[in-house]
Design a binder for this molecule. Structure first.
Ligand code: GAP
Length: 516
C-alpha cells in the first residue's frame, strides 16, 4: 500500500525535502519550496533529463529563455483567448471549485474537454452542491489562468505582461535565431527547462498541481511531409506500453499493452515520430528506476485537445489518487510558427534543399514534462516503509539520490576513529556528494541515511585503523562488505554506476553488467 499524497507531503516536510512556501506567514496555496535535500534531488533529476534528451543526442539543442516575453506572444499562441479553466463558487460560503474536477469527484464521470454550458447543465441536472456547506453553486465561468504583471512603473493595459504558462513559446520565439546560429538541420529539437506559472483555481495533491512549477520541454521540428520518417524508430519498435486510445476510452474498455510498432501499424498513434517520443519519455523514467508497469499512454479525446493540437497523448502514472497526466505530448503541427509569423510579420520558414522550396516545419511531438510531477513519481517509486527495519527506505536511483555516500566513525567519542573517518570523508567528498555523520548509534545513522535515500554508508571501526579497510553497507539489501580504503573511491564509483553490485551471498562483489 503506498502512502497518500498528504502523507507524502508531510514526509517531505519532515525530511527537508519540500516545504510549503512562506510558511511563517501561513503558507501560500499552490506554492512550494524545495529544501536542502529536495533541491539536490530536483537538480539531479533535471540534469539527468538534460543529459538524456540534449547531451546524449545530436539532434536536440537547448535554450534558456525569459519568463516574461513580449505580450503579443500570448495573443499569437492563443493563450489570451483560450487558456481557460472553468470555475464555480458557493453562493453562501464562497468556496471556489474547478468545475470539471468537482463534477469528476462528485459524479465520478469523465468530463475532460467540456465547456461552460455543458458543465452548468451537469451541475444543475445532478444537483451538485457546495462540498463544504451543501449550498447552491453559482453559474460556471471561464477563467484565464495566466498570471498578469506590469512592465515599468505605471500599471496600464499597454504595460500588461504575463508570466509564461508554458516554457514552449520561447522555442518558437527563438526559432529563427536558433536556426540561423545553431547549425541545426531538420529533423531537430529545441529543449528548455524552467519555471512556468498557472493561476490554478484549486491547486491540489501537493506538487501535482501547483501555481508555480517547472517544465522540461522539447519542441521537435520535422519536415511537414516526413512525419513517418523517424530514423530512430528501431530503438523503440519493440518497446511495450499500456495504451489507452481515444477509441478504447469511447467504448469504455481497458487500456491494452502494445508495442510501438503495433501502435503504428494499427494507426493508433498516427505518426512514427509521435510513437518514438512517447516511448523515449517512458524509457527515461524507467532508466532512473521507475516501475515500467505504473505508466500508460492515453490519447486525448476530441473535446479535450488544446487549441493548438492535432493529436495529443499523455504519459500517465498511477498515483495513489488515480491515473494522472505526467507528461503531455501534443502534435502541434505548424500552428505556433504560423501564428508567430502572422503576428510578428517575420518569416519563420526554412529552405528545404531537397525540394528547393520554403517550408514551415511541423512540431510533430512536444514532450512536455513537469519537473515537479516527475519528482513526485520518483519519490513514490522510491518510498518503502520497511517494517522489518522499522524505518522508511527511500530507494532512489543513485543518480537522483541527494547524497551518494555517508561516512561514519563507529564511535563518536574516539578521536582515532573520528579523525580516520574525517580522512576517508575528505577523500570521497570531491568525487561524490558525501555526508559525514557522527551522532547517535550506527543503527540510527543507517536509518537516517535510508530515509533520505543514501545508497551506500561507509563505517570506520577499530579494524580500519589496523587493516586500512572499512565496511560498506548497501541501502537496499543492508548487506555489508569490507573494502580496502585505497580501493574505496573506485569501488563506490563502480557501485554507483551500476557496474558492481552486492552479491546475493554478501561477498564478494559481483559485476552487475558488462563494463565497456
Ligand atoms: N507546452 C505544453 C504544455 O504546457 P501541459 O499539458 O499544459 O502542456 C505540460 O503541461 C506538463 O506540465 C504537464 O504534463 C505537467 O507535468 C506539468 N504541469 C502542468 N500544469 C501543472 C501544474 N499546475 N502543476 C504542476 N505541473 C504542471
Amino acid at each position: 500500500m503506498s502512502i497518500t499524497i498528504d502523507e507524502m507531503a508531510s514526509f517531505c516536510k519532515r525530511k527537508g525535502i519540500v516545504f510549503p512556501s512562506s510558511e511563517i506567514y501561513g503558507g501560500l496555496t499552490g506554492f512550494f519550496d524545495y529544501g536542502p535535500l529536495g533541491s539536490e534531488i530536483k537538480n539531479n533529476l533535471k540534469q539527468a533529463w538534460w543529459k538524456y534528451f540534449v547531451h546524449d543526442r545530436e539532434d536536440v539543442v537547448g535554450i534558456d529563455g525569459t519568463i516574461i516575453s513580449h505580450p503579443k506572444t500570448w495573443e499569437a499562441s492563443g493563450h489570451v483567448a483560450n487558456f481557460d479553466d472553468f470555475f464555480t463558487e458557493c453562493v453562501k460560503c464562497h468556496e471556489r471549485y474547478r468545475a470539471d474536477h468537482l463534477i469528476e469527484d462528485v459524479l465520478h464521470m469523465d468530463v475532460a474537454g467540456l465547456k461552460t454550458a455543458q458543465l452548468n447543465k451537469l451541475i444543475k441536472e445532478h444537483h451538485v452542491k457546495c462540498q463544504k456547506c451543501k449550498s447552491e453553486l453559482a453559474e460556471v465561468k471561464p477563467f484565464n489562468m495566466m498570471f498578469t504583471t506590469f512592465i515599468g512603473p505605471v500599471p496600464s493595459k499597454e504595460a500588461t505582461a504575463y508570466l509564461r504558462p508554458e516554457t514552449a513559446q520561447n522555442m518558437f520565439l527563438d526559432f529563427k535565431s536558433v536556426t540561423e546560429t545553431g547549425r541545426v538541420k531538420l529533423p531537430f529539437g529545441i529543449a528548455q527547462m524552467g519555471k512556468a506559472f498557472r493561476n490554478e483555481i484549486a491547486p491540489r495533491n501537493f506538487l501535482f498541481r501547483c501555481r508555480e512549477f517547472e517544465q522540461m520541454e522539447i519542441e521537435y521540428f520535422i519536415h511537414p511531409d516526413k512525419a513517418n520518417e523517424c530514423p530512430f524508430l528501431d530503438e523503440v519498435r519493440r518497446h511495450k506500453l499500456l495504451v489507452y486510445s481515444a477509441e478504447l476510452q469511447h467504448h469504455k474498455k481497458e487500456a491494452l499493452e502494445m508495442t510501438m510498432q503495433e501502435c503504428i501499424d494499427k494507426k493508433i498513434i498516427s505518426t512514427a515520430w509521435h510513437a518514438y517520443w512517447l516511448a523515449k519519455a517512458h524509457q527515461w523514467f524507467v532508466s532512473l528506476g521507475a516501475d515500467a508497469k505504473k505508466f500508460r499512454i492515453r490519447q486525448h479525446v476530441a473535446d479535450e485537445k488544446s487549441h493548438y493540437a492535432l493529436d495529443t497523448w499523455d504519459l500517465e502514472y498511477e498515483f495513489p489518487f488515480g491515473w494522472k497526466e505526467l507528461q503531455g505530448m501534443a502534435n502541434r503541427t505548424d500552428y505556433d510558427l504560423k501564428q508567430h509569423m502572422k503576428h510578428s510579420g517575420k518569416d519563420l520558414s526554412l529552405f528545404d534543399e531537397e525540394s528547393k522550396q520554403k517550408i514551415i516545419p511541423h512540431v510533430v511531438a512536444e514532450p512536455s514534462q513537469g519537473v515537479d510531477r516527475a519528482f513526485l513519481v520518483f519519490l513514490y517509486n522510491a518510498y518503502q516503509d520497511d517494517k522489518q527495519r522499522g524505518n522508511v527506505v527511500l530507494k532512489l536511483h543513485p543518480t537522483l539520490a541527494p547524497f551518494k555516500v555517508a561516512v561514519f566513525p563507529l564511535l563518536s567519542n574516539k578521536e582515532e576513529l573520528t579523525s580516520k573517518a574525517r580522512e576517508v570523508f575528505t577523500s570521497l567528498k570531491t568525487a561524490f556528494t558525501t555526508f559525514y555523520d557522527r551522532t547517535g548509534s550506527v543503527g540510527r545513522r543507517y536509518a537516517r541515511m535510508d530515509e533520505i535515500g543514501t545508497p551506500y554508508c561507509v563505517t570506520v571501526d577499530f579494524d580500519s585503523l589496523d587493516k586500512q579497510d572499512v565496511t560498506v553497507r548497501d541501502r537496499d539489501s543492508t548487506k555489508q562488505m569490507r573494502v580496502p580504503i585505497n580501493e574505496l573511491k573506485e569501488t563506490l564509483r563502480r557501485l554507483l554506476a551500476g557496474e558492481l553490485a552486492f552479491s546475493k551471498a554478501g561477498t564478494p562483489f559481483e559485476p552487475k553488467k558488462e563494463v565497456p
